[in-house]
Write a protein that binds this ligand. Structure first.
Ligand code: GLN
Length: 651
């Protein structure tokens, strides 16, 4: 009744139906990771809490400033209350003091409602209605950007009222529910309104009402002005704690994803806009000095709260109702300043100069795929492998770290035909890295170099695909990448594997290259020809090793059953012309098979049972010795190659 008398046609306030957001409460109970200082419990003492407690104790005795009185209800605030909370993007909550005490959010609501308005209308429309220039004036000053006929920015009252006026919805109730749900998304729990503070400001907020009427008069505002004002007063009266503020700030630090509920509270594009206006205008006529001293996007409210955000790292919420003449919490500023100075949180504090993201490079001549090659292929790849360049990347990828890679690529552009980027040790990949990787791809295309990525996180792959990359740009693992490149090089030379062609004869096996026809006549009868169907096990792990195999036709894969899992790890693939199972030749009595060998295709092998060698030893000892020597030599070559690989990988 009182309000109606005072303002005439006021839209009656209808209490919004209670929102049942059970999931928030459930999450709060079960999975919040609180770190709260308890002097009686030494288990609660973490390095971060110790530091926050120290800061808390240092500033608690300060009683400079005054509680806000221009909203009568706020004058009742207890000036001693003081709470600090830091929340990380992975949901750790560090809190000291009265961080769970409820107070009204006041102006801290402004950047969040600005985000909602941006979502409702888009940047262009909002920019035409509310600017982004700091005023250098008090939060409640009556100044407008007359040139553009709009308030200067959404962080001062004039801009915030105009912003709230733009929130979409059918009528007061629906519009407020949208605002409240948005805040609940940020806080990760259901929130309520301090009705007393709301009524108190509604009945005394003449200055804000005057600002709104001036805006209406100038055409900066449209629609039901009293409804807009009620929404504005009501958004300012939402009850939060320092912990809520820290979670809300951490949501901004986490690209809009609430660290507790994992829900997207706001789009990342809006996060950037919100943080920008917070950085330039969030602390009113102290914004410039705040940025200079503390260097974090922030927002304060006359309820005594402050939020500050270090993007990607954490959000801070502080609460202390004693305000300085500009309406900013005295202790809150001191806490943020101290934290920023201790830890060098300032956004422009010296950053480490970027190192290269390349931890190691090698060529396909130094390291080869696990695929077995025939002797002539091996000889060829020992040279041609130079054309395959592998760059093992490490750490975070962003413009400056990748820029160093681009120069290395350029210096190798003459030799390279294939470039493989191994991303297994890569950390974060930011947007500029995605753009630069795409530029690298274009450059490779122009140089007729095939670029392949392997080992990158799926989310990076998704982002690259959104940037025009196709499936061909990605290979499952480094071995497959190397094998693919080798195959291309071999194909150019017409040195591919013989897979579908006819069966190789015994004489055509690599091992018998240096054997005479006469020697072969002695050897041939020892071998028997055995056929296998696809998926047949030729050798099983654990079996006794009593024979060796020469692959005459088809392909076989050596694989290991990884313990506990169903997965098999491919060690190598054999192709016609090569021998396998020959290790046992030098260790007949004790040897057990160490891996499975399975036919991939129809396979024909020449099999030599070791027992049969006894006859050869008796009848043709010189052929027997030559056979052993030849197998021995292939083993020596394998060891030499492995040593070379290990050396090139350990550089
Ligand atoms: N509701 C308050 C007002 O409009 C908010 C001001 C503030 O927190 N700085 O005056």
């Amino acid at each position: 009744m009182f309000l109606v008398k005072l303002y005439g046609n006021v839209v009656p306030y209808v209490k919004p139906p209670n929102l049942t957001l059970v999931k928030y409460e459930e999450i709060e109970e079960k999975s919040m990771n609180y770190h709260t200082f308890d002097p009686l419990n030494t288990n609660t003492i973490s390095p971060i809490l110790t530091c926050l407690t120290d800061i808390y104790k240092r500033y608690q005795p300060i009683n400079e400033g005054n509680v806000a009185t221009y909203i009568p209800e706020l004058a009742k605030a207890n000036p001693d209350l003081f709470g600090i909370c830091i929340t990380t993007p992975d949901g750790q909550i560090y809190q000291v003091g009265e961080s769970q005490h409820s107070f009204t959010i006041q102006s801290i609501s402004k950047p969040f409602v600005y985000g909602l308005a941006l979502g409702d209308h888009g940047v262009e429309k909002i920019m035409s209605k509310v600017g982004v220039e700091p005023t250098g004036e008090a939060f409640n000053s009556i100044v407008f950007d007359e040139e553009n006929n709009r308030p200067y920015n959404p962080m001062v009252n004039a801009g915030a009222i105009a912003t709230t006026a733009l929130i979409k919805g059918e009528g007061y109730e629906q519009r407020f529910n949208r605002i409240l749900s948005m805040f609940e998304g940020f806080a990760g729990r259901s929130l309520t309104v301090d009705e007393a503070v709301f009524e108190s400001e509604r009945s005394t907020g003449h200055r804000n009402r005057a600002i709104a009427y001036l805006e209406l008069n100038a055409g900066m505002l449209e629609g039901n002005l009293e409804e807009h004002l009620d929404l504005y007063f009501r958004q300012c009266s939402i009850l939060v704690t320092a912990k809520d503020l820290a979670v809300m700030a951490a949501t901004l630090a986490n690209n809009g994803i609430n660290p507790i509920t994992q829900q997207q509270a706001v789009n990342p594009e809006e996060v950037r806009a919100i943080l920008s206006v917070m950085a330039s205008c969030g602390m009113y006529d102290f914004s410039g000095e705040w940025l200079y001293r503390i260097g974090l996007p922030a927002k304060s409210g006359v309820g005594g709260g402050i939020i500050a955000v270090l993007p990607g790292q954490f959000g801070i919420g502080t609460f202390s109702p004693l305000l300085d003449p500009r309406g900013n919490s005295v202790r809150g500023i001191k806490v943020c300043e101290e934290l920023s100075q201790r830890f060098k949180f300032h956004l422009f504090d010296s950053h480490p100069v970027s190192q290269t993201c390349v931890s190691r490079t090698y060529t396909g001549a130094m390291v080869s795929s696990r695929r077995q090659r025939r002797a002539f292929q091996r000889d060829f790849l020992d040279q041609a492998g130079e054309k395959i360049l592998v760059y093992e990347l490490k750490g975070d990828l962003y413009f400056a770290t990748l820029e160093k890679l681009t120069r290395q690529l350029q210096s190798n552009q003459q030799t390279a035909k294939f470039i493989v980027l191994d991303g297994r040790r890569v950390g974060n990949v930011n947007s500029s890295a995605i753009t630069l990787l795409s530029e690298i791809k274009q450059w490779c295309l122009s140089q007729e170099i095939t670029l392949m990525l392997t080992g990158f996180e799926p989310k990076t792959t998704v982002r690259l695909k959104a940037n025009g990359w196709t499936d061909e740009g990605f290979v499952d693992n480094i071995d497959t990448a190397l094998e693919w490149c080798e195959n291309c090089l071999l194909a150019e030379q017409d040195y591919q594997d013989i897979t579908v062609k006819d069966q190789l004869s015994l004489e055509e096996m690599d091992i018998f290259k240096a054997f005479t026809a006469e020697e072969m006549t002695a050897i041939a009868p020892l071998f028997s020809e055995v056929s296998y169907q696809p998926k047949d096990f030729i050798i099983r792990e654990g079996e006794k090793s009593d024979r060796l195999f020469l692959l005459a036709k088809g392909m076989t894969t050596v694989s290991l059953q990884l313990s506990q899992t169903e997965q098999r790890k491919r060690l190598t693939t054999y192709i016609p012309g090569i021998a396998f199972g020959e290790l046992a030749l030098f260790d007949i009595n004790v040897s057990q098979r160490t891996a499975d060998i399975v036919a991939d295709t129809e396979v024909i092998c020449y099999v030599l049972e070791f027992d049969r060698l006894k006859t050869l030893l008796k009848t043709k000892p010189e052929v027997y010795i030559k056979l052993l020597q030849t197998f021995g030599k292939t083993l020596v070559n394998t060891i030499k190659r492995a040593t070379l690989e290990i050396r090139s990988l350990s550089v």
